[in-house]
Write a protein that binds this ligand. Structure first.
Ligand code: PLP
Length: 445
């Protein structure tokens, strides 16, 4: 684990966020809050929102019992497995908590839609905020523009071959912010004189060492100056992603990374301003740092994404509790192999992904935990230990064979929600034990 220094002391100013309360801390309180405030509202929104399909192909499941010979299996009847289920109540609670946290700290929330990639989720995530979103592909930018979002940050360094596509969206009326971390790309963007200037942020490396320039890098001001002075661009500010928060698993260590993330991007903004350059946007964010930061002072916006769904990787970083995880994969038991000490479900690598981001932080995460279809309580210590394309191998200390007959359904809590969700083209939105809507999602580039 990297050394992150001492956690910062809590600042008394208005930028000090309220704690991000997870399910174990707020169970009764939030449950009733969600019930009273969002139930009826969400009901109509979910079912009337444009783009929200309501019973495509008769897949809507509300029945509970699938007869299988003499066995009656509780199930989401009519849902073909594997399928991505989205727990509406948990989703909304997660969104409301992050939204309240940003609002209390006086910082804008520009949620990252790389996890959900769904216009229906985006509408809920931006409710009560200015409507800006973050995306990780140009396909998402185009999709969210079509869905009515106008202020979009594409937070992956722009490849030269994609400039035309980015500018085309700007010509259609989008404020599409792009990011760069090299003088060569900044120069070529800035030199283009046709069309409206493209808003550009300089990406800052705050410690993850993926992309971005160091806040004290000598090229920072020259890049920014090019963007400011060239006819093809408008310097919009600086952006960073504290992705090294994923190397930690204690709130204190993550709070220290959050402070490194914040300090780096704020220092870069100050450098630009001292050089006489504008820097309206100072953008930072990952889910762990947004959850555990003690102050957002100096930032103008936060860009967390996976907090909407959470997953075992977030559980391992102490960002959520099991009862906060909104995404599960519905799967069917297809084989009992007691001689091998395992049963097999029809959700394998293509339905769950083979991401093991929770490894090392959740001892038995595997490719996902098995939970009860109805209660979402974990079934013993059952987990997917291995995955072929369409087979998930389930092991555990005591497999309850009678409780899980062939044909019965289970839910799998994903290791990494972004990767798991990307295996599906829709979410079955579940309220209590019923599927109440189907929301489509985007994949591809
Ligand atoms: C540039 C950028 N911003 C924000 C995020 C959102 O962070 P998280 O996935 O931790 O919610 C990511 C995630 O990869 C990212 O790459």
């Amino acid at each position: 684990m990297p050394e992150h220094g001492q956690p910062p002391s809590r600042s008394p100013d208005r930028q000090s966020p309220a704690p991000f309360e997870t399910e174990s801390e707020t169970e009764s309180e939030t449950e009733s809050e969600t019930e009273s405030e969002t139930e009826s509202e969400t009901e109509s929104e979910t079912e009337a929102e444009p783009g929200a399909e309501t019973d495509p192909g008769g897949r809507m499941g509300s029945g509970r019992v699938v007869p299988l010979g003499k066995v009656e299996v509780m199930a989401f009847s009519g849902i073909s497995t594997p399928a991505a289920l989205l727990d509406e109540r948990r989703l909304i609670r997660n969104l409301e908590r992050m939204s309240a946290r940003a609002t209390a700290a006086g910082v804008d929330l520009r949620p990252h839609l790389k996890t959900a990639k769904s216009a229906d989720v985006a509408r809920l995530a931006t409710r009560d905020h200015f409507g800006g979103v973050t995306v990780s592909t140009l396909a998402e930018a185009e999709y969210f523009f079509e869905a009515g979002f106008r202020d979009i940050t594409y937070a992956v360094c722009l490849a030269p071959a994609k400039v035309g596509r980015a500018r085309a969206l700007t010509e259609r009326g989008a404020t599409l912010r792009v990011i760069v971390d090299s003088l060569a790309v900044a120069e070529s963007l800035a030199d283009e004189s046709s069309g409206a200037p493209l808003p550009v942020l300089v990406e800052i490396d705050s410690g993850e060492h993926r992309t971005g320039v160091a806040p004290n890098a000598p090229e920072l001001v020259p890049i920014a100056r090019q963007l400011h002075e060239g006819p093809g661009t408008r310097l919009d500010g600086v952006l960073t992603h504290g992705g090294h928060s994923y190397f930690c698993d204690s709130p204190e260590a993550i709070a220290a990374v959050a402070d490194e993330e914040r300090a780096a991007v704020v220092a870069a903004a100050e450098t630009l301003r001292a050089a006489g350059l504008p820097c309206p946007t100072v953008s930072a964010g990952s889910t762990p740092t947004a959850v555990h930061a003690q102050t957002f002072e100096g930032l103008t916006e936060l860009r967390p994404g996976v907090y909407m769904f959470f997953d075992l990787a977030q559980l391992g970083r102490r960002c959520c509790e099991p009862a906060d995880i909104a995404l599960t994969v519905l799967a069917t038991v297809i084989s009992h192999r007691p001689e091998n000490g395992r049963l097999i479900v029809d959700a394998g690598g293509l339905a769950l992904s083979k991401d093991r981001g929770a490894d090392g932080f959740v001892a038995d995460a595997g490719y996902g935990w098995l939970v009860d279809c109805d209660t979402q309580e974990r079934i013993g210590d059952l987990r997917i230990v291995s995955a072929d394309q369409e087979h998930g191998y389930v092991e555990g200390t005591n497999i309850p064979w009678d409780r899980l007959p062939i044909g019965s359904q289970v839910r799998v809590v994903p290791n990494h929600a972004c990767m798991t969700a990307a295996a599906h083209d829709r979410y079955q939105v579940v309220r209590d034990d019923r599927v109440v809507a189907t929301w489509s999602r985007l994949n591809g580039w």
